[in-house]
Design a protein. Structure first.
Length: 404
């Protein structure tokens, strides 16, 4: 799945403020120093005990077992010696075979589930270099109104993946580029950039039969692309589930950041609801603003359970976490401790499973909580910009190369 929720607004504003200070107080004359490069993100893991995990004994551990069971279907589908995760972070397939078998036999109830996790896993505190905290956001499954064919108010298309769209995993060509991807189209034997959002919405792909569904609101369609999956209710009451099926290769530009930079919304108030209000109040400017995000997502119709995460398994509301797979292995249980978006007095402390990713999920300590479907899920996802950290639960006998 591909979601790029509204990210790092406060951090971006801080960088702008620092830039302004530098302009007001230039350095003394002298030889120009080369610009300092930010250190490359590095995952470091420190051994911990379950008693170190804040709130561990208060969670409903049994609620995480279905998510783990779904991941197990993928984790054990390989040769026993195959590494699990980047650099064998989570051991090898053989390390998970008995764990996954035992997970299927856990007795009902939180006590049994907690005992299972405590006896089969060991927690490791994750650090980005020396920093134990990062940004945690949320996403959800929105509901749109739509139709199978264009007509009346249903004039905004959700497009299928174009046959000529080519996606490239750069890490297969250069190890240093692991985790980086590009997309485009082949022209004259070379990979060229694909049409951007403005071009696509201007008709660049018209006449190719790519229309999957038609919806009634361009803003809803825009945010559906950010979430990466959703549901569309048709006039007869039928609900169609759609999911991510490719992206045009252009970098995602968060419009919330643009609104903050331009003084349209105070940076501390930027959220999905505040952005929606601004777009509703400025329809013409809003269309131009959305075009400043050149990224465009294509969809396919999903059958059965969903939505599907990048691991290829259905996501579990409140228990599935999107991570950066260049640092964290899919299927690994994760203990999250982050600020609650709905209360300054509470924390989100729960056992989750790494099952998804997104274009804006970058870094060793970075996550996106899948909140599910409905009003509360929308509210939590739209407001979540939380500081927090996590612990990876790895098989007890695994010594990860990132350990310190």
């Amino acid at each position: 799945m591909f979601r790029m929720p509204l990210r790092r607004i406060a951090a971006a504003a801080t960088m702008l403020l620092l830039a302004a200070c530098a302009a007001e107080h230039p350095p003394a004359p002298g030889p120009a120093a080369p610009p300092a490069e930010a250190p490359a993100p590095v995952l470091r893991l420190a051994p911990a005990r379950f008693s170190d995990l804040p709130g561990w004994t208060s969670d409903h551990h049994a609620a995480a077992l279905p998510a783990l069971a779904r991941s197990c279907q993928r984790l054990v589908a390989g040769e026993p010696g195959r590494p699990v995760g980047p650099d064998g972070l989570a051991g090898r397939v053989a390390d998970w075979t008995l764990i996954c078998a035992a997970a299927a036999q856990v007795a009902p109830g939180d006590a049994a589930a907690r005992h299972f996790f405590e006896t089969r896993f060991r927690p490791w505190r994750a650090f980005d270099g020396e920093q134990p905290e990062g940004l945690f956001t949320g996403y959800y499954e929105p509901l749109l109104a739509g139709a199978r064919s264009r007509g009346g108010r249903f004039a905004v298309p959700l497009l299928r993946r174009p046959p000529d769209l080519v996606e490239v995993d750069l890490g297969q060509f250069r190890p240093a580029l692991r985790g980086q991807r590009i997309a485009g189209r082949i022209e004259g034997g070379r990979l060229r950039p694909y049409a951007d959002r403005a071009q696509i919405e201007g008709g660049a792909l018209a006449g190719r039969g790519l229309e999957l569904l038609w919806v009634d609101d361009p803003v809803d369609a825009f945010f559906l692309q950010i979430q990466g999956s959703g549901r569309v209710r048709l006039a007869d009451g039928t609900v169609v589930r759609v999911g991510y099926d490719g992206q045009n290769g252009h970098a995602y530009v968060p419009i919330g950041r643009l609104l903050a930079e331009r003084g349209e919304i105070p940076r501390e108030e930027v959220s999905m609801p505040s952005i929606r209000r601004w777009l509703a109040a400025h329809p013409a400017e809003g269309r131009r603003l959305m075009h400043e995000n050149p990224s465009y997502v294509f969809f396919r119709e999903l059958k059965g359970d969903g939505p599907l995460g990048a691991q290829g398994v259905p996501l579990t509301p409140g228990r599935s976490l999107a991570v950066d797979p260049s640092f964290v292995a899919y299927g690994v249980p994760v203990w999250l401790d982050a600020e609650d978006p709905l209360s300054t007095q509470a924390r989100v402390r729960r056992l989750m499973v790494a099952q998804d990713t997104g274009g804006a999920i970058r870094g060793p300590v970075r996550g996106d909580v899948f909140w599910g479907f409905g009003k509360e899920a929308s509210e939590r996802a739209g407001l979540m910009k939380s500081r927090g950290g996590y612990w990876l639960l790895l098989p007890r006998d695994v010594q990860p190369p990132q350990a310190r």
